[in-house]
Design a protein around this ligand. Structure first.
Ligand SMILES: [Zn+2]
Length: 448
């Protein structure tokens, strides 16, 4: 809908409750007419009482109008600030402008802030619960200023606009957050993406991720083992890191040496040895794995098993008295076994070290408003925050011997079901029945 740059100054002349009641949002005005966003439920006749000139209408969805009316005061403030900045560039005001955007992103629980140069406008979007939502459109005139100040934040070269740049920064006012920033040249200027990382490690709770009671009991049992391999699988963005950090947190208070290999380390954790890959100096994955056992760990978190070599390292560590956690890009728990066999893992070795496989996806939770046009809390999407749907496969003796004897996928699945395995779809449908999420979310998640 937003082909137009909304002039928030115009709505200043109307009480917000009138805008909400009539569901009409004026967005542009000249001497002859006033242009308004309207929807099928707008009361234009009522709105006419408040204007003296001709009303032109632009049709859109009801939730889009309500979304625009949310945080109207802040939008107006930013709009005014942007206008000032386009007239006289001021670093101080640009900082304030950026802080306001970051502040709203944090309030909205956004994981990323996208600042994109379109042909005529600067678009600001937030990724919330995995979904990108456009919050603002500003005049392109402020782009150079915003880009330069963000580069200063991250100590990057402000004259460079034709090559990608990456960095990180902190903002004193948002001390609990780290920001990672990426600049990418595009045909219209640059695309800037800021990842918002909450530093607070305390928010990782295995109990609160969304595992069913039986899955949770199984996981808690398995992570107390002193040796073996535990896998967390799923596509990118399925919450694997959260699950692993929550497991680490569960184990952290024990008298054990925990070492993690990360690419890169996103959350710094006390009392844990964290290693960040650094390809520039040759600190690559295989080099770390080759040497890691000399560090005498009890528990190892080695990131993604991506090839035969990393699988071999995981197996070796798991066979020699270490509890190893790793991730894999596979669709479901049982097929993960076949992925390992494909990576040239010997069946009997895999059978002896593998203890459990957790497969998971993230789904959005229904907002409490339960309204089909949503509310301000859920940005009129009907969904707020996320949970997981999962399946946890216990590699018990029966399954272990099937792996050794190279049984088929179907045979393994049947055996798992006999032992009480609950698949991800069924786990999800239980959450649908409990009113936590919707079937659409489950189906969407399982397609990925
Ligand atoms: Zn809502």
């Amino acid at each position: 809908m937003k082909k137009h740059l909304i002039n928030y100054d115009i709505s200043k002349n109307f009480d917000t409750h009138i805008l909400k009641e009539t569901m009409v949002l004026p967005v542009y005005q000249n001497e002859l007419f006033i242009t308004c966003l309207v929807c099928e439920n707008s009361n234009i006749e009522e709105f006419k009482k408040y204007v003296k000139i001709t009303i032109k209408t632009l049709f859109t969805k009801q939730e889009s109008i309500l979304f625009e009316i949310d945080n109207l005061a802040l939008k107006r403030e930013l709009f005014t600030l942007a206008k000032q900045l386009s007239l006289s560039s001021s670093q101080r005001n640009t900082r304030f402008f950026i802080y306001q955007i970051v502040n709203l992103a944090i309030l909205k629980n956004a994981s990323d802030i996208h600042i994109e140069t379109m042909s005529e406008v600067l678009s600001v979007k937030f990724r919330i619960d995995g979904v990108l939502i456009e919050f603002f459109r500003f005049d392109m005139a402020i782009y150079s200023l915003v880009s330069s100040v963000l580069k200063l934040f991250a100590n990057l070269d402000i004259t460079q606009r034709r090559l990608p740049q990456n960095g990180r920064f902190v903002i004193e006012e948002f001390a609990n957050y780290d920001f990672r920033i990426s600049f990418m040249p595009t045909i219209n200027g640059e695309s800037i993406v800021i990842r918002v990382l909450e530093k607070d490690f305390d928010r990782f709770y295995l109990d609160k991720i969304g595992f069913s009671d039986s899955s949770l009991a199984l996981i808690k049992d398995k992570i107390t083992l002193t040796q073996g391999l535990i896998l967390v699988t799923g596509p990118t963005g399925s919450g694997k890191t959260t699950t692993l950090y929550s497991i680490i947190k569960e184990l952290k208070d024990t008298n054990k040496k925990i070492i993690t290999v990360e690419d890169p380390v996103e959350y710094k954790i006390d009392n844990i040895t964290q290693i960040s890959l650094n390809r520039e100096i040759g600190l690559i994955y295989s080099e770390i794995l080759k040497n890691i056992l000399r560090q005498d760990p009890d528990i190892l978190l080695i990131g993604e098993i991506r090839d035969a070599e990393s699988l071999q390292s995981a197996i070796t560590a798991a066979m020699t008295g270490h509890l190893v956690f790793a991730t894999l890009h596979t669709n479901d728990a049982v097929s993960t076994i076949f992925r390992l066999l494909d990576l040239q893992g010997e069946g009997f070795l895999i059978a002896s070290v593998l203890k459990c496989i957790i497969a998971q996806r993230l789904v959005r939770k229904r907002c409490e408003c339960g309204d089909n046009i949503g509310c301000e809390e859920c940005n009129h999407t009907g969904y707020k925050s996320r949970t997981i749907i999962s399946e946890v496969l216990d590699i018990d003796d029966n399954l272990s011997s099937l792996i050794t004897s190279h049984a088929t996928l179907l045979e393994m699945k049947q055996q798992a079901l006999l032992s009480g395995f609950i698949g991800m779809y069924e786990d999800g449908m239980q959450k649908v029945r409990q009113g936590i999420t919707t079937q659409e979310e489950i189906l969407k998640a399982l397609k990925s």
